[in-house]
Ligand binder design. Structure first.
Ligand SMILES: [Zn+2]
Length: 108
């Protein structure tokens, strides 16, 4: 896990917090829904930004961009990325023999 959030992520989360505050303070149901929707949007943005920052780090540091296929040694390509709670999985596939390799990164 990142020790400190990226400044952008922090800012997005602050916006989300402001929207939540506004939602809680608003008297009309419609305005409140709009602020809550806005909050979700900021949080989603923060989450996806945080994820792509982590992904960049991960790909730079621990996962080769095109690992060699263990079967035919051809360069493999990244076909799937999944993020679970604190865990990132990158699935690579060989374009020649269709061998698949899974790299897992666990954040501590
Ligand atoms: Zn292969």
């Amino acid at each position: 896990m990142l020790k400190a959030n990226h400044p952008f992520v922090r800012r997005f989360k602050e916006h989300a917090l402001e929207e939540r505050q506004r939602a809680l303070e608003s008297s009309s149901l419609r305005t409140r829904d709009e602020h809550f929707a806005s909050e979700r949007w900021w949080l989603k943005l923060a989450e996806s930004y945080d994820f792509s920052t982590r992904l960049d780090r991960l790909l730079d540091v621990s996962v080769p961009r095109h690992p060699a296929c263990p079967v035919c040694v051809a360069p493999m390509r990244l076909v799937e990325i999944q993020s679970f709670s604190g865990r990132l999985e990158c699935l690579f596939e060989c374009r020649f023999c269709e061998e698949k390799v899974l790299f897992t990164q666990i954040d501590h």
